[in-house]
Design a protein around this ligand. Structure first.
Ligand code: BG6
Length: 484
C-alpha cells in the first residue's frame, strides 16, 4: 500500500464534500500509510495554507463534527494543492517532478471532473509518464447518458489503462449494509435455500429521498432519476440480491455474477414500458414541514422540462432462479421521507392451518434497511400471548440494528471504504465496464420506450409517496409497497 493520491478537480464539490473528509477519517482510523501524499489539483489560484484551512472548514460544516487535532496535524501535512491544468502536459510535468517522480510508489488518480475531459487528461498523464502499470484511475458517474456515450467515455480510459487499473465508483457499493448483504446471503446457510422463486413472492427496492435537485439543475435535467439512480445504484442493489453465490468474495467472481444478472434483465417493448413503468415529476408541496418548490420552479429550471424525478419499475429477471418473481424498483426526489430499503417478500405458507383470515402481506418478509438507520428485520408471525381460541396471530419483527449490535464500532462512510479499497488495489466493490454496458442496454430500452410513448411525467406533490400510478403498479398484482 505504498501510494499517493492525485485528485484532479481537487477544488470541486465532490472533493470537499466526500473525498477529503473520507481520507481524513482514514487518517483518524490509522489506515493511511505513513508517507502517503494527497495532492489536490485544479486550475484555480490557491496557496497551501488557505487550501488546508478550506478543507478543514468544509469538513466541519458538512460533517458536523469537530476535528481531532492530533489526526488533523498528520493529515494536513499530507495535503498539498497545486494549480495545474491537467489537460496540459507542460502544466503536469513540474507536478510529476515535485510529487510523483518515484515510480516505485503506486499512483492513484481520482478524476473528480466531468467525463468530457477524461480523454485529454489521460493523454497528458501518459505524456508525462504517469501512466505506469501501478497507476490506478478512479472515476464515477455520470459515465455517459446511454450505451454509446458510455462506450466513448470508457474508450478514453481503456486506450491507456487496463481494465484492472480503472475503478468505477458506485458509492452504494461502499455502504455498510450493502456489503453486509453479501455476508448475510453467503455467510449464512439460512437464507440461500429459500432465495428463489419457490419461496420468494417478490422483491422491492426503494431509494426514497426528501432532497430535491440541490442546485444541480443542469446536470439533473440531462439525467433524470433513471440515469441518476436506477442505472447505477438501484441496479447494483438488484444485482447483489439476485446474483448466484460467487466462488469467492473477490473482484472477478463478484463482477462475473453481477454481469449475469444484468444480462438476464428482461428487455421491455414499448407497450411493456407503458405497463411496467411510472415516471413522475415533483410539484410544489411540503417536505418535513417546510414548503418546497416544484421541479419546474427550481432555480435555473426550464419550464417545459419533461425530466423525471421519480421512477417506479416492475422488472423481471429471466433466469431459472427468478422466473416469475417481480422486482419492483422505485426511487424519487422530494418524497415523504428519506429511506432506502430492500424487501424480500416470502410466499404464503402452502396450507393455512390457522385459518384463512390471516393477512396475506403478513407472510414472512425480510427487510434490509440501508438508511437512515442501517439494519435488518425479519418479520415473522407470532402467537399473541393470551387465552384466545382460536389463537390470535400477529406479525412481529426480529431486529438486527447494526448500531445496537456493534455499539463500539463506527460505521464508515461509503467513500472511506472505497478509497481504502483503491489503495489496497481491491476492485471487488466497484463496477466493471461490461456491467455498466449491460445496465445501459436495459435502461436505454426503457428510455426509448418513453420516447415512443411521448407522455409528460405524472405530477406528484412534494412530500408524498410519488404518483398514485406507482401504487397502482404494484397494487394491481395484489401487493403493496413497504412504507418503512
Ligand atoms: C447520487 C445522486 O449518486 O446519489 C444524487 O447523483 C443522490 O442525486 C445521491 O441524491 C443519493 O446518495 P445517498 O448516499 O445520499 O443515498
Amino acid at each position: 500500500m505504498i501510494c499517493d493520491f492525485m485528485i484532479i478537480g481537487g477544488d470541486g464539490d465532490l472533493a470537499f464534500r466526500k473525498l477529503y473528509p473520507a481520507l481524513y477519517q482514514l487518517e483518524v482510523a490509522g489506515c493511511l500509510p505513513p508517507c502517503l501524499k494527497i495532492v489536490g489539483i485544479s486550475r484555480s489560484e490557491d496557496d497551501q495554507q488557505s487550501f488546508r484551512a478550506r478543507v478543514r472548514e468544509k469538513f466541519e460544516s458538512y460533517q458536523h463534527e469537530a476535528v481531532d487535532e492530533q489526526a488533523w496535524k498528520s493529515f494536513a501535512a499530507r495535503l498539498h494543492y497545486a494549480r495545474v491544468d491537467a489537460t496540459s502536459e507542460a502544466s503536469l510535468l513540474p507536478l510529476r517532478e515535485k510529487y510523483f517522480a518515484d515510480s516505485n510508489r503506486d499512483l492513484i488518480v481520482y478524476l473528480a471532473t466531468p467525463p468530457t475531459i477524461f480523454a485529454p487528461v489521460c493523454q497528458s498523464l501518459w505524456a508525462v509518464g504517469l501512466v505506469r502499470p501501478t497507476t490506478r484511475i478512479v472515476v464515477e458517474k455520470p459515465l455517459g447518458e446511454d450505451l454509446e456515450s458510455f462506450r466513448s467515455i470508457n474508450a478514453s480510459l481503456s486506450d491507456l489503462f487496463k481494465e484492472e487499473q480503472v475503478y468505477r465508483i458506485d458509492h452504494y457499493l461502499g455502504k455498510e449494509t450493502v456489503q453486509n448483504l453479501l455476508a448475510m446471503r453467503f455467510a449464512n446457510s439460512l437464507f440461500e435455500p429459500l432465495w428463489n422463486n419457490n419461496y420468494i413472492d417478490h422483491v422491492q427496492i426503494t431509494v426514497a429521498e426528501t432532497v430535491g435537485i440541490e442546485g444541480r439543475w443542469e446536470f439533473y435535467d440531462e439525467a433524470g432519476a433513471m440515469r441518476d439512480m436506477v442505472q447505477n445504484h438501484l441496479l447494483q442493489l438488484l444485482c447483489l440480491v439476485a446474483m448466484e453465490p460467487p466462488a469467492r468474495i473477490e473482484a472477478r467472481s463478484i463482477h462475473d455474477e453481477k454481469l449475469k444478472v444484468l444480462r438476464a434483465l428482461k428487455p421491455m417493448s414499448s407497450s411493456e414500458v407503458r405497463e411496467n413503468t411510472v415516471r413522475g415529476q415533483y410539484q410544489s408541496g411540503a417536505v418535513k414541514g417546510s414548503a418546497v418548490p416544484g421541479y419546474l420552479e427550481e432555480q435555473g429550471a426550464r419550464p417545459d422540462s419533461t425530466t423525471e424525478t421519480f421512477v417506479a419499475i416492475k422488472a423481471e429477471i429471466s433466469n431459472w432462479r427468478w422466473s416469475g418473481v417481480p422486482f419492483y424498483l422505485r426511487t424519487g426526489k422530494r418524497l415523504v421521507k428519506r429511506y432506502s430499503e430492500i424487501v424480500i417478500q416470502f410466499k404464503e405458507v402452502p396450507h393455512a392451518v390457522f385459518g384463512e383470515e390471516i393477512e396475506r402481506e403478513d407472510a414472512n418478509r425480510l427487510i434490509i434497511r440501508l438508511q437512515p438507520e442501517e439494519g435488518i428485520r425479519l418479520m415473522v408471525r407470532n402467537k399473541v400471548p393470551g387465552l384466545d381460541d382460536p389463537m390470535e396471530l400477529e406479525q412481529v419483527s426480529l431486529d438486527l440494528s447494526l448500531s445496537e449490535s456493534f455499539p463500539d464500532r463506527r460505521a464508515p462512510d461509503a467513500y472511506e471504504r472505497l478509497l481504502l479499497d483503491v489503495m489496497r488495489a481491491n476492485s471487488t466493490h466497484f463496477m466493471r465496464s461490461d456491467e455498466l454496458e449491460a445496465a445501459w442496454v436495459w435502461v436505454d430500452g426503457i428510455i426509448a420506450g418513453w420516447h415512443k410513448i411521448n407522455k409528460r411525467p405524472l405530477g406528484y406533490t412534494a412530500g408524498s409517496w410519488g404518483p398514485s400510478d406507482s401504487i397502482a403498479l404494484i397494487a394491481r398484482d395484489g401487493r403493496n409497497w413497504d412504507e418503512g
